[in-house]
Design a protein around this ligand. Structure first.
Ligand SMILES: Cc1cc2nc3c(=O)[nH]c(=O)nc-3n(C[C@H](O)[C@H](O)[C@H](O)COP(=O)(O)OP(=O)(O)OC[C@H]3O[C@@H](n4cnc5c(N)ncnc54)[C@H](O)[C@@H]3O)c2cc1C
Length: 457
């Protein structure tokens, strides 16, 4: 696709080399801007992190973003554009395993779809109202929904045990317990028209290839181990204070894109300060706890004819799925994602009994027949550069704050998963926010460079 170089002669700093920042950087460069990307870590990708070390047979699995939904067009197009292949995975979708006295009771994917329908039906009056409000996050309807927790709502409708278990199982999706999650977040999710989730994709060779390929298109290599500390308006430009390997330095550009989690934005010094409601929006946004455990076994015991490859569960180990079905080898990796309080439970299991204590919770899947070859655990709430898995809208969150997360502050612009309306919490949301912010910069800078009417040329 040909871009007119409307940004020729301009310079932009992009902070954060996750999918949002790298997508924005590539787009801005395509429009002619001189782009510098700075990243605090010593690697690219942020919350997209493919783990390879320690796994036998050259296998790998994802410690962060893993599944790409069929209707996530922006990320699928981007992957294709960069010459990457998407492998179809988890055909049949997610079954549901509910804790019971002896062994979990499994509801097959087709019936689990029925459980989803049951949830949608129970929430239908609220879904209808939210749609009438055109899914807006402002006004009295949104506020009333946001004040209640999902647990309050379950009590109010006298929900049965199955429905409660199901919502506990969604900790692996929302990264929050029903007691914390706002009803608005759930109803908003139920109000979207998604295609049937009976299959997903991941990128052949590892999702981190997306980040590497994006960075490979940039003229200037990403400056790793470089942290943004402060951002200031400076004579019609922006001045960014950085802390890197060689101490503190400054950089001046026409605009800066902060593609950082809100938990990091709120630690920056802004001159002039952000407007009070925007400052508050960044302060108040919470991130959910998320522990991902990757377990490599000498054989793929969970693969039996007719058995699901993925399970939502209300177990302390969280959701479970085949983490590398597209890869060769006799070994196989199970990926476990424990969100909300399950993250704490999983960490406790690991501290007290090591990976074997987690494997004990997989007996019902046939884990006793296999040998654990390698394991790896990542708790994102303990990662100092994000402090959680992704943004969570908790009960009591003021929904009107959401719009402030993506609002430019002069020539300081914002991107990242948390700024996406349709795909918050997804890699696709990060990519779409990168495309959106590049467009915003283009409008802003191209306009600034255009002679105003009445001025002689
Ligand atoms: C456990 C887990 C499972 C997930 N599963 C899925 C999934 O299956 N499917 C899906 O689509 N999505 C999933 N996601 C979500 C997805 O990974 C994220 O939405 C997406 O990767 C976020 O990208 P981003 O660019 O917004 O942020 P990030 O990837 O966090 O990028 C921000 C970057 O900014 C850097 N940074 C922070 N502070 C500074 C600073 N001051 N200066 C410079 N750099 C800084 C960080 O190091 C980071 O590299 C999952 C996430 C987690 C944690």
């Amino acid at each position: 696709m040909g871009y007119s170089p409307t940004l020729r002669g301009t310079s932009v700093i992009v902070a954060g080399a996750g999918l949002a920042g790298l997508t924005a950087a590539r787009e801005l460069q395509r429009r002619g801007a001189r782009v510098t990307v700075v990243e605090a870590r010593d690697r690219l990708g942020g919350r997209v992190w493919t783990r390879r070390e320690g796994f036998a047979e050259g296998q790998h699995a994802e410690a962060g973003g893993d599944m790409i939904d069929p209707d996530q067009e922006a990320i699928r197009r981007l992957a294709k554009d960069l010459g990457l292949t998407l492998s179809p995975i988890l055909r049949g979708g997610f079954a549901f395993a509910r804790q019971a006295a002896r062994a979990p009771v499994v509801t097959r994917a087709s019936e689990a779809g029925g459980l989803w329908a049951e949830l949608a039906q129970a929430a239908e009056p609220w879904v209808r109202t939210h749609r009438l409000n055109e899914r807006r996050w402002d006004g009295p309807i949104a506020r009333q929904l946001a004040e209640q927790s999902v647990a309050d709502w379950l009590d109010s409708i006298g929900a049965n045990r199955q429905l409660r278990a199901r919502l506990n199982g969604m900790r692996g999706f929302f990264l929050a317990d029903p007691e914390h999650l706002s009803l608005l977040a759930l109803v908003d999710q139920l109000s979207t028209e998604s295609s049937a989730l009976d299959h997903f994709y991941r990128i052949e060779g590892g999702n981190d290839r997306l980040a590497t390929a994006l960075a490979g298109t940039l003229h200037q290599p990403v400056q790793l181990k470089t942290m943004v500390r402060a951002v200031a308006a400076h004579r019609g430009k922006v001045r960014v204070t950085l802390r890197g390997r060689d101490g503190q330095s400054h950089m001046i550009a026409d605009a800066v894109v902060l593609a950082l989690p809100a938990t990091m934005v709120r630690r920056l010094a802004f001159t002039p300060p952000l407007p009070p409601p925007q400052h508050q929006a960044f302060q108040d946004l919470q991130y959910g706890s998320a522990t991902k455990t990757l377990l490599q076994f000498d054989r793929r015991f969970w693969r039996r004819a007719g058995n699901p490859l993925a399970y939502g569960t209300d177990l302390p180990i969280g959701a479970i799925w085949d983490g590398n079905e597209e890869q060769r080898g006799r070994s196989g990796i199970l990926a476990l994602l424990a969100g909300g309080s399950a993250s704490r439970d999983t960490k406790q299991l690991l501290t007290q009994g090591g990976a074997e204590a987690v494997v004990r919770w997989l007996k019902w899947l046939g884990a006793t027949k296999a040998l654990l070859r390698a394991s790896c655990r990542i708790s994102w709430e303990d990662d100092p550069l994000v402090r959680g898995g992704y943004a969570v809208f908790q009960a009591g969150y003021d929904p009107e704050q959401r719009a402030w997360l993506s609002r430019p502050h002069g020539r300081i612009l914002f991107a990242g998963e948390h700024t996406s309306l349709r795909w918050q919490g997804y890699m696709n949301g990060a990519v779409e926010s990168g495309l959106r912010v590049a467009e915003e910069v283009t409008v802003l800078l191209a306009k600034a460079h255009r002679p105003s009417p009445g001025v002689a040329r």
